[in-house]
Design a protein around this ligand. Structure first.
Ligand SMILES: [Zn+2]
Length: 204
């Protein structure tokens, strides 16, 4: 088993990522990553890089290409930029989830709302990865619980998540990955029901 220099989550217990915060940790191939919406109507932005090659990160476009789907749920596989299978969604009572909107960013709050220096998933996820020694520009994210309908004209909208307190999605790792997860701080849209809250994570 390859040795990786990354943090591990405590085994056998749930780690809470507070509202507007992020954590990064190793998930090994064969392990299950379970993400919980602790309080309901809360999106978790999930990013990762391959542990054996941190330049190979999650790709939303490869994932939509290979699944031929934009609403992702049980049975769908999440891919890296180099077309490696990273995770399979194995249990999903609260889906589907979003891979179209990516991470919210300092610029997205400024452009959409005129809000300068708003807390954002891109900065949170990049800081969490940097704490593990990985400097990666986070763009694509698997947005657990994010409710983004596509209308008949192809337009996207961000709606209140369907997830309720305690709902979860379970991903089986196909590749050793350094995963970063943020409790999305969006409070100027319906993304988190206008009330950002915490996210729970279990690895086992
Ligand atoms: Zn966000």
């Amino acid at each position: 088993m390859a040795v990786h220099p990354y943090a591990l989550l405590p085994a056998g217990q749930r780690t809470i990522i507070p509202a507007r915060a992020a954590r990064a940790f190793l998930v090994r191939a064969g392990q299950h990553l379970r993400v919980f919406d602790q309080e309901g109507q809360q999106v978790a932005d999930v990013a990762w890089v391959a542990a054996d090659d941190p330049s190979d990160a999650f790709s939303g476009i490869v994932t939509t290409q290979f699944n031929k789907a934009v609403y992702l749920t049980s049975g769908h596989v999440l891919y890296t930029e180099r077309r490696r299978q990273a995770f399979t969604i194995v249990d999903d009572p609260a889906g589907p989830h979003d891979v179209l909107m990516g991470a919210c960013s300092r610029q997205s709050y400024l452009l959409r709302y005129g809000a300068a220096d708003h807390p954002n998933c891109q900065d949170l996820l990049q800081a969490a990865l940097a704490e593990q020694g990985v400097h990666h520009v986070v763009s694509d994210t698997f947005n657990a619980f994010m409710n983004v309908p596509v209308d008949a004209q192809g337009r996207l909208s961000v709606e209140v998540p369907r997830s309720r307190a305690g709902d979860s999605v379970t991903l089986r790792a196909e590749l050793d990955c350094l995963v970063a997860i943020s409790a999305c701080p969006a409070d100027l849209s319906a993304c988190n029901g206008w009330n950002p809250t915490s996210i729970g994570v279990e690895v086992g």
